[in-house]
Design a protein around this ligand. Structure first.
Ligand code: SF4
Length: 88
């Protein structure tokens, strides 16, 4: 049934437009991936947008506040390799 529907709809597909759309999407995601690869060289993946640490392990860059319910702040500088600060 699904294959039958797909073949019935094939005549409505503009393949060149679909290809151009997929190529455009590929280029957008390629740029996003490239930027993420570059940023992750120095910004720890456990640091959230509010610079709080979401790691479930110890790290010497964690700065705990007096509020036991809040995530620790990340004191990492984003200038050095953060992985050396992680507990083994
Ligand atoms: S405290 Fe450590 S593990 Fe947590 S976000 Fe900062 S560098 Fe990453």
């Amino acid at each position: 049934m699904a294959a039958e529907q797909a073949s019935n709809n094939d005549s409505n597909v503009d393949y060149e437009k679909a290809r151009a759309s997929l190529d455009r999407l590929y280029n957008i995601y390629k740029d996003i991936a490239s930027t993420a690869d570059e940023v992750m060289q120095t910004r720890c993946p456990y640091k959230n947008a509010a610079s709080r640490c979401t790691a479930k392990f110890g790290c010497r860059n964690q700065f705990f506040t007096t509020d036991p319910t809040s995530l620790p702040a990340c004191a990492g500088s984003d200038q050095i390799d953060y992985r050396e600060a992680w507990d083994q």
